[in-house]
Design a protein around this ligand. Structure first.
Ligand SMILES: Cc1cc2nc3c(=O)[nH]c(=O)nc-3n(C[C@H](O)[C@H](O)[C@H](O)COP(=O)(O)OP(=O)(O)OC[C@H]3O[C@@H](n4cnc5c(N)ncnc54)[C@H](O)[C@@H]3O)c2cc1C
Length: 406
């Protein structure tokens, strides 16, 4: 590995690789991506449900797309709703492999088996990273420095650099987990991304079943730890997914061919994204949507915004915090305000009782085409959100707790 690059990206998820591809393909700046896994495909946690902005916006080839869908179904314990929303289910490891190959073809050095351990701090700014990797000759795990004009944290929920730099308080982060089975078999919900809000299936979260190509589907459960504790049984998430897969007659798994799992963290770093010589993208700064946990589209969009700003800053020879904060402002403008509001709504949603879950689903079912599009793009107005909210007096006691997000 070289001793210095113009840009060093920690983490090779969709956000880090998207950033590297963008910068390498639009400039001659030297770019290195450091990924702790030995293979990009090992980051295999995600269902890969996404939308046109990702598939067309980032020129994904057909082999990355496992299935297309034309509707989104919402279910409560006793209610159903359906919206005409087109979507796609991606092969997540194939997405990473594709982005990695594209970034490398554009000139980026993508290094696997390299763990970033912390930022390299000098004169009040970030000047690169410290990292560990196996030394080819000695076989020893050695720590070294890698210098860069711009350092990017794209380490996902691990948030290796942003947590070290104090971008957020780990203690206040809201944590959740998700697990899904990718199964071969029969399913009747073809063409639909199905979400079920029902604490008996997914306490404090939701369950989903998405098509994933001919005779293949993905079915999983996720929850927010705080609300799982309130609504949950003693069953593990693995037991919940098994039950979801086995007990619903609309699908039948003949063979579970893969399991995908991971952590989702929503922290209070929403508006803090830049520092002197430093940018953070994707889930390293909670770009994931706090309402439904969709993270690929916003993560890649954050990477694109950050790459625009990084290229301007490098061209101007000025990577100061003032200059790089243009990215923070753009994020705030385009996503941050909506994300703040939706964190509040998400906190209510995953704590709804069964009656509220059903009322919510019926309200979603009644959305106009224009409001449906605002839901898809997370541009719901305050009025839309109030309209969707199934009020219950018990929620009034939550107000002081919810205010912390504002
Ligand atoms: C079960 C599950 C299902 C999901 N389903 C969907 C879905 O259907 N649609 C959707 O849009 N989103 C989904 N998500 C969320 C989505 O996968 C994430 O939001 C998205 O992957 C975030 O991208 P990222 O690049 O920011 O981070 P990540 O994908 O987390 O990538 C971070 C990378 O950094 C590496 N890394 C971490 N620490 C270090 C370090 N110290 N040094 C070097 N490398 C490091 C990791 O190995 C990883 O490869 C799901 C998540 C889970 C857990």
């Amino acid at each position: 590995m070289q001793e210095a690059y113009d840009v060093v990206v920690a983490g090779a998820g969709p956000a880090g690789l998207g950033f590297a591809r963008e910068v390498a393909s639009r400039s001659d700046y030297s770019v290195a991506v450091l990924e702790r896994n030995d293979d990009l495909r090992e980051n295999d946690k995600s269902t890969g449900g996404t939308f046109l902005e990702v598939v067309e916006g980032y020129d994904l080839p057909d082999h990355v797309v496992m299935a297309g869908t034309d509707s989104v179904a919402f279910e409560g314990p006793a209610a159903t709703g359906r919206l005409d929303i087109e979507g796609y289910v991606l092969d997540f490891p194939a997405l990473l492999e594709f982005l990695g190959r594209e970034a490398a073809a554009a000139g980026a050095d993508v290094h696997t088996g390299v763990t970033v351990t912390g930022p390299l701090l000098e004169n009040g700014g970030v000047r690169g990273v410290r990292y560990r990797s196996l030394d080819g000759e000695s076989g020893y795990d050695r720590e070294r420095d890698l210098r860069a004009s711009v350092t990017v944290d794209a380490t996902g929920p691990t948030a290796t650099l942003t947590s070290d730099l104090g971008f957020f308080d780990r203690g206040t982060a809201q944590r959740g987990i998700g697990l899904e089975f990718e199964a071969e078999g029969r399913y009747e919900t073809e063409g639909t991304m199905l979400f079920r809000f029902d604490h008996s299936v997914a306490p404090g979260g939701y369950a989903w079943t998405f098509p994933a190509g001919d005779g293949v589907f993905k079915a999983g459960v996720c929850w927010v730890d705080d609300f799982r504790a309130v609504h949950g049984s003693d069953a593990t998430i693995h037991e919940h997914v098994e039950r979801w897969v086995e007990s619903d007659p609309r699908w039948q798994a003949d063979r579970v061919r893969a399991k995908h799992a991971g952590e989702v963290v929503s922290n209070n770093s929403l508006d803090r994204r830049a520092d002197d010589g430093f940018l953070a993208v994707g889930d390293a700064v909670s770009s994931i949507n706090p309402l439904f946990g969709e993270g690929i589209r916003p993560g890649m969009q954050s990477a694109e915004m950050a790459a625009d700003v990084a290229l301007d800053a490098l061209d101007a020879g000025d990577v100061s915090r003032e200059r790089l904060a243009a990215y923070e402002r753009r994020w705030r403008e385009e996503k941050g305000r909506a994300w703040t509001l939706q964190r509040v709504v998400g906190e209510l949603l995953y704590d709804f009782d069964a009656d509220q879950q059903d009322r919510f689903v019926r309200k979603v079912d009644g959305l106009s085409p224009a409001a449906t599009e605002r839901l898809r793009t997370y541009e719901l107005s305050f009025r839309d959100l109030v309209g969707l909210y199934p009020f219950a007096p018990k929620d009034l006691v939550k107000v002081p707790r919810l205010m912390r997000h504002l």
